[in-house]
Design a protein around this ligand. Structure first.
Ligand SMILES: [Zn+2]
Length: 871
């Protein structure tokens, strides 16, 4: 078992300390002799010295067998070994180094390096786990070509896969066989991959625009092949889209995806051999929801797009992670928007951004898109690096327009192909060919926190002038006590009283290459005057969420209703409803906390009534209009996270809708329930939430009926989720039948855990404890931990416990997981992000438990870094 051996105070690492590597590697040849507990790895590496320095190779948990330099065996006094490195003090300017090590994949439960998942050998090397396979310069700016030979038992491991193209296969005649792979493209070690096992496979092909036929394969456990076709279709769509949108073609002769049950992250873009968490590959309508289908398409796209943005051009060091992740999230969001409704996809992306990244930006772990220091690079895999990084790139596209952006992207890949570069290199590639100065804009990379833009308006009827004053502010933090104004690009429109966009006359208005009107807010305060405005207009600003900011705007209820009805920008149309609901939630929370009667304003009930009855609104869009903001968003707005007051506020809004529109809601629900289409399912799911949580008559019976008659997982799970919010006999029956149907399915079983961990019932904590001790739940399976513990941790009402028992239990589990898998433990720590906002009595109890965890000397750097700021 791998344990964390760090007992001393961990050291911070800094971006400013970056030094270029002292050696380059011309090529590497790897040989794996696979066995479950004693795998031998030989590495033959051709080095070239760049500056005078000893050769220090990274290596952890390796049993060193031998070292040869230019074919001569070295004696132990010719090198030194520590638990983190192998050092050779004297080496020639060019040489071959051969090492042989032994590793134990079976005992490795961290899902990093080489490990076993359900009898299949798999690897995960990003960020720094290649060093757990062999001694190497394990850093992204050392790129080289790899030849990999894998030897294993022929019956147990018929497939032996690695990066690149398969060049030979051999039967050794003794029950073992080998496969040899060559990857002609230079890559950093974090993109290395190996898979060996007995799996099912589906095959297909894709012909690139230059006529090359690429063999495509998706591997999964035997019997699960039928669930791989959606991933395969998504892959083909991704390959075509990248050619059409960015002119980027696939470069190898084959591309493989492997589905693995035990995987820390979502998926990994290893060159030519993507390894996926099984929940992001396997899908059919019986076992996966519409959301799962969408997610699979997006993630298959994301990992495929990395072949250029990440693999061909990579990051100079891990502080530059957003270079590949921000850009690739942007690319996968554009891919999804092209395949589906642009507005709906944008709304979903922004909801996710506000729920997770804005929360991170407002909490103790706020960091810039390009961080300056860290304890563990594993902790860089955050919403800020990914989602905010993508928003920064989207702003670049908004500023220069789509044509200008494409010119910049072409320049980026032409100039940097085969190299490890920085975020600022990317920004230059976009700004220079477009003759735009990004000096101020680049502050988005170095300054943390979400800026707020305050809007003040005035209208002079006699001059027909509309004046807009924008004031920006940004949170100062201990780490960043001084900040400068951001360059904030705001797409804008003004609506007349009929709801039409009026022609904009303003000398300070800019247009990008797509002729979209933009206000560039660059100083702390700017005033924009619009002339020839015949009547007081209604403002629609930050259209499409052009900048990741918070808007402080005292719009009247009438103005918001006007936008809900007429805004030509669909994002802002929904945003008006979202803002109206969020303000109402805040008002209701205040009432609940001060013991005043809670009464939902008629204006909101009427606005949502308009949405319910408007037949012209697409069902998908309607579902989003009727969806209440996440609790994570409300928590950011409140000084105190009072979970009970939150729960009452949400319930009150649902109840007010049911009270006024019960029969309309039922009719609409019945009408869409019978249509076999994902948009209609999204709407019925939103409606069922309102009906159950608003306690409509017979709503539980309705949910149970939906559960028993559902023909697909989407309807089934939506019903089960709502049933879990009630404490009825039907709930127990549904949970039991779901368990019996899916208990042996590694992917679907997680859904059963999630719905129970998400329940607002008072029995949830007891349930979660029981489930964590009952098979098939396993602490060795990251998906089980995320589905039960992380979901429970985000359930404010169930976690909020005056005895402090929930916090104690959660901290015990973090300590327990941390000994085996620090990455997963660190993710579970996310449930304490809002701890400083808890009511005083709860906060003290929770913080005491966190202090207990921090006092553990064996705690990993990963968990320590995430918890430190919460006490
Ligand atoms: Zn990625």
């Amino acid at each position: 078992m791998e344990t964390n051996q760090e007992t001393h105070q961990p050291k911070r690492i800094y971006l400013k300390d970056y030094q270029a590597p002292a050696f380059s590697i011309n090529q590497v040849q790897l040989h794996f002799n696979l066995s479950e507990s004693q795998t031998r790895v030989k590495a033959k590496i051709e080095f070239k010295k760049l500056t005078e320095a000893p050769l220090v190779l990274n290596g952890e948990n390796l049993k060193l067998i031998s070292v040869r330099l230019n074919e001569k065996i070295l004696s132990t006094n010719e090198y030194s070994v520590s638990d983190k490195s192998l050092t050779l003090h004297q080496v020639p300017s060019e040489f071959w180094l051969e090492t042989e090590v032994e590793i134990n994949p079976e005992a490795n439960k961290s899902c990093e390096g080489l490990y076993l998942s359900a009898g299949i050998f798999a690897t995960q090397c990003e960020a720094e786990s290649f060093r757990k396979i062999t001694y190497f310069l394990d850093r992204p700016d050392v790129m080289t070509t790899y030849t990999v030979e894998i030897e294993a038992d022929k019956i147990k491991y018929p497939y032996l896969l690695s990066n690149g193209d398969l060049i030979s296969k051999k039967d050794l005649g003794n029950g073992r066989h080998t496969s040899t792979w060559k990857d002609p493209f230079k890559k950093p070690s974090y993109l290395f991959a190996l898979v060996a096992g007995d799996m099912g496979v589906i095959e297909d092909s894709f012909t690139t625009k230059s006529g090359k036929k690429v063999k495509l394969e998706v591997f999964a456990p035997h019997g699960k092949q039928a669930r791989c076709y959606h991933a395969m279709e998504s892959l083909k769509k991704s390959m075509k889209w990248d050619e059409e949108r960015f002119g980027l073609e696939y470069d190898l002769n084959q591309f493989m995806i492997v589905s693995i049950d035990d995987f820390n992250m979502g998926a990994m873009e290893n060159k030519g051999l993507n390894i996926f968490n099984s929940r992001l590959v396997l899908a059919d309508p019986q076992s996966a929801t519409d959301r799962d289908f969408d997610l699979i398409e997006a993630v298959v796209g994301h990992e495929y797009f990395h072949n250029w943005s990440g693999n061909r051009v990579t990051c100079r060091n891990w502080f530059e992670l957003s270079l590949k992740e921000g850009l690739t999230v942007f690319r996968d969001q554009e891919f999804t928007a092209n395949l589906h409704s642009r507005s709906v996809e944008r709304i979903k992306a922004v909801d996710a951004l506000r729920g997770s990244q804005f929360a991170e930006d407002a909490g103790p772990n706020a960091h810039p898109v390009r961080p300056e220091s860290c304890l563990s690079v594993d902790n860089f895999y955050t919403p800020t690096i990914y989602e905010k990084g993508s928003e920064v790139i989207r702003m670049m596209q908004t500023i220069v327009g789509r044509k200008g952006f494409r010119t910049g992207i072409d320049e980026y890949f032409k100039k940097h192909d085969g190299h490890a570069v920085t975020i600022l290199d990317f920004a230059d590639s976009i700004s220079k060919p477009n003759n735009i100065d990004f000096t101020q804009f680049k502050l988005w990379y170095s300054q943390s926190g979400t800026p707020t833009v305050k809007v003040t308006e005035s209208y002079d009827a006699s001059k027909k002038e509309y004046t807009l004053t924008l004031v920006q502010s940004y949170p100062l933090t201990e780490k960043q006590p001084h900040k400068n104004p951001f360059h904030i690009p705001l797409l804008i429109g003004l609506l007349d009283s009929k709801g039409k966009d009026i022609k904009l006359n303003c000398k300070d208005l800019a247009f990008n290459s797509d002729q979209m009107p933009i206000l560039h807010l660059k100083t702390n305060q700017q005033t924009f005057v619009f002339t020839e405005v015949a009547e007081k207009p209604v403002l629609s600003i930050n259209r499409q969420f052009s900048a990741p900011i918070k808007l402080e705007w005292n719009a009247s209820q009438a103005e918001l209703l006007h936008l809900i009805k007429f805004d030509s920008d669909e994002f802002n149309r929904r945003e008006a409803a979202y803002k109206m609901i969020l303000e109402e939630l805040k008002r209701l929370v205040q009432a609940a906390r001060s013991g005043k009667p809670m009464q939902v304003r008629d204006t909101l009930v009427e606005a949502l009534g308009f949405v319910i009855s408007d037949k012209s609104i697409d069902p998908n869009f309607k579902a989003l209009m009727l969806q209440l903001p996440d609790e994570e968003v409300l928590a950011q707005e409140e000084d105190v996270l009072d979970a009970e007051a939150f729960h009452k506020a949400y319930s009150e809004i649902y109840a007010s809708l049911v009270k006024k529109y019960q029969s309309q809601l039922f009719d609409l629900y019945q009408k869409h329930l019978v249509i076999d289409n994902s948009a209609d399912r999204a709407l019925t799911s939103s409606l069922l939430t309102i009906l159950v949580q608003g306690q409509a008559e017979n709503a539980t019976t309705l949910a149970y009926k939906q559960y028993t008659s559902a023909k697909n997982m989407t309807d089934k799970l939506a019903a089960l989720r709502e049933l879990c919010q009630t404490e009825s006999l039907e709930t127990q029956q549904a949970l039991e039948s779901f368990f019996n149907e899916w208990k042996s399915d590694a992917v679907v079983f997680n859904k059963w855990l999630q719905v129970q961990a998400n329940s607002r019932s008072q029995k949830t904590f007891a349930n979660v404890k029981r489930l964590s001790q009952t098979a098939p739940f396993s602490f060795d399976t990251p998906n089980n931990i995320y589905s039960l513990l992380s979901v429970f941790g985000d359930n404010y009402l169930a976690m909020s416990d005056s005895s402090g028992e929930t916090y104690k239990w959660m901290c015990d589990q973090i300590l327990r997981i941390d000994t085996k898998n620090p990455q997963v433990a660190a993710r579970v720590c996310g449930c304490f992000n809002f701890v400083k906002k808890l009511p005083t009595n709860l906060k003290e109890k929770a913080q005491n438990e966190i202090r207990r965890v921090l006092a553990s000397t064996s705690l990993s750097r990963n968990a320590r870094e995430l918890l430190e700021g919460n006490v």
